[in-house]
Each structure stands twice: as structure tokens, then as C-alpha cells.
Design a protein around this ligand. Sequence first.
Ligand code: ADP
Length: 466
Amino acid sequence: MFKTIRVQLTLWYVALLALILVAFSAALYFTLARSLNQQVDSNLRVNAEQLVGAANIEQGQISFQNGESDTSDAANVRARGYLVRLVDANGLVLDTNARFADLSVDARALEAARRGQSSLDTVTFNGQSLRMYTAPIAENAQFYGALQVAQPLDEVENTLRALLLLLAAIVPLTVAFALVLGYWFARRALAPIDQMTRAAQRISAEDLSRRLNLNLPDDEVGRLARTFDGMLARLDAAFRREREFTANASHEVRTPLTLMRGEIDVTLQRKRSIAEYERVLRDLGNEVDRLTELANDLLLLARADAKRLPVQCEKLNAARLVQGVTDEMQTIANAKAIALVTKVDESLVVWADEDKLLHVLLNLLDNAIKFTPKGGQVTLSVFQDGSNAVFTVSDTGVGITAEHLPHIFERFYRVDESRSSRTGGAGLGLAIAQSLVAAQGGTINVESAVGQGTRFSVRLPLSKTE
Ligand code: ADP
């Protein structure tokens, strides 16, 4: 139960709220209590100071009798609920409210008054708290007694008790309300995650075509669900490519094996001349070469995929490189009467792996010559573009239709499927070229116009990039 986020979230939130409410209530209670007590004290002081003036000293006796104006001041204050009394120098009560006749005189307060000091005390009378102000009555440094004004604290206590009761009811109620509402909210917000968990559990590796399709709003959870669907789509595509790749590879291997088996069977049907055996063996040898080449290509791609292709980049002179490649292709080009043109920036130095770059350029030139009719032209150029060197191989050949162009670098992809694996390649040439270029930190692109020609561009860094 405590392992669910919604419970943890709710508990943390409610605990925090409870803490804040309790702190706030305590602050409210103590501030009010202080302010009410200060109010009581200041009222007592004002009344006492006024009544001290009204007290009369006659022949050493203190009283509120002052000619005709008699005791009205004290009576007024008494009428407002205060205790007002006079105490003589010995602590004897002279004049008091009848209600408090039995309230004894605090010796310490009287002592303080004898020293000329006023004092404030809280005393208890009949189970009731009273706040009492004691003011000395003296004349010409002669102490005659004290005036005491006191106020029952029951009103203050009642107010504070009422507040306490109110807070004691409101705080737990609010917390309980927050608990229920918070849990409901958290549950509502997190419900899609449960939904996602259940949906994800239903999706297995064999069934990657399924999607969550949860149609959630564009919040955190909604974005997570959509990201998850996006990831499924990529996984699905990757698995599908993998399956296609395996199927294609098996097919490419089986076709030459079937041909070889057929050729062997036919040959063995009767005795043949030595020359015929030699021819068949040469044919078989060619097929074996093709299979070896295919195996090497597949191994190279597998290594590139696993990022385990050994790449040794170094500074290479572009002009020398281009010269080497054209020398090698010249014979094939001559055979088709194709003009091999080069355009080179002589000083250009490129950062690449020589073998791999040669492999790529030879492959591109081979394709260009293959797909350009007699009398055409194939151009190999290299130039600087910013911090890159760009090699382009362009031809005046058949071109590639827009429909095929986006797939041209895919493994086993051939524009003309009818071409058998005996005459054309397996459709791995450009895929390998792309892997090799990427391994050297570069990119390869293609542009083509049907009937006009095709241009491949290989972009490689001019110098070492970390
Ligand atoms: P392969 O190794 O079988 O030659 P590639 O990967 O090199 O396969 O090429 C894939 C396809 O791209 C080829 O079947 C061909 O149709 C097309 N192609 C490649 N280069 C050119 C080009 N210069 N002009 C027209 N088509 C091309």
C-alpha cells in the first residue's frame, strides 16, 4: 500500500499541510493570548493610576472619602467588574467589593508597595484567576498603604478556550479533507500510468505493432505515453529490418548454392572431357568467390553495426587519392567509352582511413560506370566546403527515380529487382559505403535526375575531429 506513489504523495502532502496548520494555529493562539493579557494589564494600570489620585489620606488613614465627591470613582470602576480595594500599611483591607471580602492580601505585593513599587500578579480566588495591580499610596515619603485593582481573567480564558476548540476542530477536519481530496487527485493524475503499465504488459516482442494509443492530454504522463509509442515504432521498424535482413541474406546465400548444386548434378550425369570439368570448376570457383565476397560484406556490416570496425584515419592528399582511384577504373571506363574526368583541389588534405575511402570511391565509380550508357561521362571531383572535404561522383547515366532514391542506401536494396545476383551486386554496395563513411565521421548523399544522371557526395572532415 505504501509502495504506491499516490499514497506516498498524499501522505507527504498531508503531513506537510498538518505541520503548517499546527504551527499556524499555535502562532495564532499565543499571539492572541499575549495581546489579550497585555490589554488586561494596561487596563488595570490605567484604572489604578486614576484611582490612586482619588484616594484620600486623612490623619494617617486612607479612604476614597474626599469631602462631597465621596466614593464615586471607585464605584464606577467596581461597576465595570473590577475589584477595587484599599489596604493599609499592615495589610489590613479597608475598603473592598463585598464579593472579594475574603481575598487575602499578598505579602510580597505589599512589600513591593512599601518600597514604592507597583506590581502585577495573578492570584486565585474561589477557583478563579484574577490579575491584580498593586499601587503604593504614600505622601511625603510616608507609606500609608496600597490600592489594589484586579480583573477576573475568565473572559480572556473563555475567549482563548473557544479559539482552541475551534482550531482543534478545524485542523483535523482540514487535514482529513486534504487527505481524501489529495488521494483522489493523486489517483486521478496517476491512473494513466497504471493504464500504461497494463498496456505495456500486453505488448510482447512478437507483437511490436501494438501501440498504447492512450489519447492522454499533453502533460508529463501524456508525453511519456507518446514517447513510449514512438519508441515502440522504432523498435518495431528495427525488428522488421532485422527480419528482412536475415531473409535477404539467406536468399543471397541460397541462390548461388542452388546454382552450384544444379551445375554439379548436371555435370555428374555422364563422363565429361577434361576441358568441360575445368570449365565447371571455374564456374564453381566464381560462385565461391561471390559467396566469399558476400560473407565479407555481411561481416563488415555486422562490425560496423557493432561499432567494431577498425578505423585508422590519417592525413591524406586528396589529389593523390583521386589519381589512384581513376587509374584503377580507367580500363573499365575505356571499355565502355566513358570519359573519366577529375576535378581536384591539389592542396587539399583530408582526414580519413585510406583503404575505406578508396573502397567507397571505387564502389561509387563502379556504379556510375555501370549505370551510364556508352559514350557518357563520369566525373570525380573533390573540393573544400568549410571544414569539410567533399568528394562527388557524378555521371550522365540513367538516374534513379524519386520512388527509389530514399531507399538506395538500404541493405539488399536494388532498383531493378529482376537483375539476378549473378550479374549485379547483392544491393549491399551503397549500404557498405554509407557505413564506411559514417565510421570515418562523414556523411554520404545522393541526388539524381532520371535520364540525366546521378551525383553522390561524400563529406569528410578536413582535419581530426574529436
Ligand atoms: P550493388 O552492390 O548491387 O551495386 P548498390 O547498393 O551499390 O548495390 O546500389 C543499389 C542500387 O542503386 C543499384 O541496384 C542501382 O540500381 C542503384 N544505383 C547505384 N548507383 C547508381 C548510379 N550511379 N546510377 C543509377 N543507379 C544507381
